[in-house]
Each structure stands twice: as structure tokens, then as C-alpha cells.
Design a protein around this ligand. Structure first.
Ligand code: SAM
Length: 217
């Protein structure tokens, strides 16, 4: 896929998701895809390697939660893998301070190299295992906590609030939508409240998604 087609497809996908990004984001994501595929040929970072799939399943899937992250000063992406959703969100929100944490060193090495290659400021890759003790782990608290494909919802709501700065919130990226009652019950188990929940589909595959935001009571 060439740059022009990629940028066009990204714009189509963003429109379908109801999110908007600046003009430079498409070409910069295209460069990020180049870095990802170049690294992936040597180090196994992701099983998703077809450009159409990288575009939808990594980039658009990450950008879909822009409404939930916009306005925050700091974002912490736990279990970020090759940088999703944190790197695309950072490209779309340049003033956001983003820390991406992963327990696997080669993934963090990629995050750092990709951020440097794209000239991204305010991105920190951190090689650490998040187990509920942020200070001991050297993981900074953030206004918004996010993760994708990291833990199931009950485990995420048990772990994530410990990494949230006062007044912050926890974002859960989910697959098939859970009912309001289910989300409320899960939140109550951890003395959290549901701030918002939104179901949507990825624009090309139609895959179901839900994003829910939680705050401390
Ligand atoms: N978020 C990325 C994505 O959606 O493409 C990666 C998802 S991958 C399924 C889960 C990632 O979590 C892996 O990269 C793994 O190394 C990392 N991981 C698992 N347990 C972890 C922990 N306790 N602390 C930090 N990273 C962890």
C-alpha cells in the first residue's frame, strides 16, 4: 500500500469512527508502519503484518478512543506491546505526555526507536512489569490509564486504579459490548463508577468494540 492510499484509507476510517486527526497524522502513521514492519522482520513484535490490517487493527483501533483521551495531560499505556494504543494516540495528540510500559525488553526497544525515528517528544518507553506497586516499579502515575488486549475487565479494574493520579480515570478497551449493568457491577467491586461507555464497530471489518471509562468514587 503506498502512502497516498494509506492516508486516504485512514481518513475514511477516521470519518467512519467519528474522530478527526490533523493532516500530518496519516503520513506519520505510514512511517510508523514502516518502522513496525522493518523491526518485525527481525524481532517478533506483532502477528498483524498486512498493511490493511495494521491500518485498521492497530492504528484505527487505537485512534477510536481519541474522544476518551482528549483533554488529558498524561497517558499511561500498560502492556503496550509494540505501542498500541499509546503511539497512535500520541501522534494524534502531540501535547499529551505518554508513558508506554511493557514487560518485554524488545517491545520497549521498538517503542523508543520508533518514537525517536518519528521525532516524537514527550514519549517514554519503560521496561517494567506492572504488578500493582507503581512506585517500586518506577512507573509514574497518570491522568488517564489505558491498555489494549492486556487483561480482562475485572483484572484491569483491580490493577489500573493504583496507577491513576488523583482525579484521573481508567479507560477499558473492550471487544463485544457489555451491558450497563455489567459495567456498573464490575466498577462497584472496585469502588469505581462508570463515567461513560460507548459501543462502536471498526470501519472495514465491522469488528465490535466498546470503550468504557471509570473513575474512583
Ligand atoms: N497493547 C498491545 C496491543 O494491543 O497491541 C499489546 C497487547 S499484548 C496481547 C500484551 C502485552 O502485555 C505484551 O506485550 C506483554 O509483554 C505485556 N505484559 C503482560 N503482562 C505485563 C505486565 N504485568 N506488565 C507489563 N506488561 C505486561
Amino acid at each position: 500500500m503506498d502512502n497516498a492510499r494509506f492516508v486516504d484509507q485512514l481518513a475514511t476510517g477516521c470519518r467512519a469512527l467519528g474522530v478527526s486527526v490533523a493532516e500530518d497524522v496519516g503520513p506519520r502513521l505510514y512511517r510508523l508502519m514502516g518502522e513496525l514492519l522493518k523491526w518485525n522482520a527481525k524481532v517478533n513484535l506483532t502477528a498483524i503484518t498486512a498493511p490493511e490490517e495494521v491500518l485498521e487493527k492497530h492504528f484505527l483501533d487505537s485512534l477510536a478512543v481519541l474522544p476518551e483521551v482528549t483533554g488529558a495531560a498524561t497517558l499511561l499505556d500498560l502492556g503496550a506491546g509494540a505501542g498500541f494504543p499509546g503511539l497512535p494516540l500520541k501522534l494524534a495528540l502531540p501535547s499529551l505526555g505518554v508513558t508506554l510500559v511493557d514487560a518485554v525488553g524488545k517491545k520497549v526497544a521498538f517503542i523508543k526507536a520508533a518514537a525517536a525515528s518519528l521525532g516524537m517528544q514527550g514519549v517514554r518507553g519503560l521496561h517494567a512489569r506492572a504488578e500493582g506497586k507503581p512506585e517500586a516499579e518506577g512507573i509514574p502515575l497518570a491522568e488517564v490509564l489505558i491498555a489494549r488486549a492486556f487483561m480482562d475487565l475485572p483484572d484491569w479494574l483491580a490493577l489500573a486504579p493504583g496507577y491513576v493520579a488523583p482525579g484521573g480515570r481508567v479507560v477499558a478497551m473492550l471487544g463485544k459490548a457489555q451491558s450497563d449493568a455489567e459495567l456498573t457491577a464490575r466498577a462497584a467491586e472496585r469502588q469505581l463508577r462508570v463515567v461513560s461507555a460507548r459501543a462502536y464497530r471498526l470501519p472495514f471489518s465491522g469488528a465490535e468494540r466498546q470503550v468504557a471509562v471509570f473513575a474512583k468514587e
